[in-house]
Design a protein around this ligand. Structure first.
Ligand code: B12
Ligand code: SF4
Ligand code: SF4
Length: 361
């Protein structure tokens, strides 16, 4: 067996569904990435701009590196809805894939080391300075799509990526699996915020995934109704993609976190919600308490209920965060304008200055 086949076999033994090799050199889409940043599509994520040179040329990250072993792990499962309403992205329903991926990449490095492959062993899973989809396409894990997601004939868009940088020059994998979007435009048509500006080009500041996970402070008013039921992430452009129709059910792989299985959006509004404790091991920790409560207030406005109204009124009066109080005012205005007690509470909030957008906390 040649060296590349041996390395890929070890990756599959460790439970990765997909594996391939790309050379450690500027990824095919490096210039596209720079143009994307220059056009403001990455606004709000300074870590991308700050590391742009390293991302566009990963030899700056690991000068002794020679190859990138790219792996993929499927996470397809049925849609996830919280009790009482509110949706979260399927990838976030269970255990945090970053931990899953990082642990296995470390194991992979150990196994390759034992098998005599040369380091350095730099593992990357999402947060590292690498244009993952582009290296993954080069390594044969899938093909680029109009939604920007990398698609695979078996998993559609429903798979995560991770990488291990080796010090050994392995023969790159051949071409990506065949496939293309063809004339389909379903993802462009379904995106509620028109964030997919052109095929393959997502304007992150308008993407619900960015707004609900990465964005700090108030969410722009004009995008709130369009968030609909999405309280964390968004799967719409993946759900409509015909390439994902036959993906296997892998719900058991990452499981379902108990706060997702049993909790509801109203519980996200508790002023003393201990997010690291309540969402231990879950990706839902990322927006912190303020972000989760802000998202919940907006979704409860879009999908009104009695329990939501009571919780929003309490938040408007008492919540320590001005961002959350303002989101509660918006939610009440949108979903409960005429309901008993709401106009008076909104008047009082306006007098205090709580019903105007704030991004300062
Ligand atoms: C920043 C980021 C985001 C931002 C910006 C998204 C974006 N489209 O750039 C936000 C917060 C919005 C986001 C959202 C999501 N993300 Co994200 N994100 C990243 C991150 C950290 C960097 C991406 C980046 O550099 N973007 C810059 C652009 C230029 O690069 P790119 O989109 O990767 O480039 C490809 C396309 O643009 C395409 N392309 C460019 N031009 C053109 C033109 C044509 C004609 C075509 C066909 C294609 C094409 O080619 C490139 C290579 O494939 C990566 C991890 C990483 N380190 O790479 C994860 C990553 C891309 N995200 C991922 C996921 C799962 C998501 C969500 C599905 C999560 C969710 N359910 O809420 C959504 C999907 C939104 C979408 N349609 O892209 C996965 C994607 C897996 C896959 N199979 O593709 C990644 C790889 C994380 C991981 N390790 O698994 N994400
Ligand atoms: S994740 Fe949602 S908001 Fe973002 S591009 Fe896809 S459909 Fe649009
Ligand atoms: S929904 Fe259609 S256009 Fe969008 S990524 Fe999937 S195949 Fe391509």
């Amino acid at each position: 067996m040649d060296r590349r086949a041996q390395a890929l076999e070890i990756a599959r033994e460790l439970g990765f569904d997909l594996a391939g090799v790309a050379p450690l050199e500027p990824p095919p889409d490096a210039e596209r990435f720079r143009a994307w940043l220059a056009a403001g599509h990455g606004e709000g994520m300074p870590w991308l701009t700050d590391q742009a040179d390293r991302i566009a040329d990963p030899r700056r990250v690991v000068p002794e590196g020679r190859s990138v072993l790219v792996v993929g792990a499927g996470h397809s499962r049925a849609a996830v809805e919280l009790a009482g309403g509110g949706r979260i992205a399927r990838y976030a329903a269970g255990r945090d894939y970053h931990n899953w991926m990082s642990k296995r990449l470390r194991k992979l490095a150990r196994r390759l080391d034992q098998a005599g492959f040369a380091g350095p062993w730099r593992a990357i899973a999402d947060a590292g300075p690498l244009l993952e989809r582009s290296h993954a396409a080069r390594a044969g894990l899938g093909f680029a799509s109009k939604a920007a997601n990398l698609l695979h004939p078996r998993f559609g868009p429903w798979f995560f990526l991770g990488e291990l940088i080796l010090g050994e020059e392995l023969e790159p994998t051949e071409e990506p699996p065949p496939g293309s979007c063809g004339t389909c435009t379903a993802c462009l048509d379904v995106c509620p915020t028109d964030a997919i500006r052109a095929p393959g080009v997502v304007h992150a500041p308008d993407c619900i995934s960015y707004l609900t996970i990465e964005h700090r402070g108030a969410i722009p008013h004009e995008l709130r109704e369009r968030m609909g039921e999405w309280a964390f992430g968004c799967d719409l452009c993946s759900e409509v993609c015909p390439w994902g129709d036959k993906a296997p059910d892998l719900a058991a792989r990452f499981g379902t976190h108990e706060r997702v299985a049993e909790g509801d959006l109203v519980s996200w509004l508790a002023p003393d919600l201990d997010v690291p404790g309540a969402f231990n091991g879950s990706p839902l920790q990322r927006p912190k308490r303020e972000g989760l409560a802000r998202n919940a207030a907006i979704v409860l406005g879009n999908r009104p209920s009695d329990a939501g109204r009571v919780a929003l009124l309490r938040v408007l009066r008492d919540d320590p965060s001005p961002v959350v109080r303002e989101a509660a005012a918006w939610g009440l205005e949108r979903g409960h304008r005429e309901d008993a007690g709401v106009p008076a509470a909104l008047d009082a909030a306006r007098r205090r200055g709580d019903a105007t957008p704030r991004s300062d906390s």
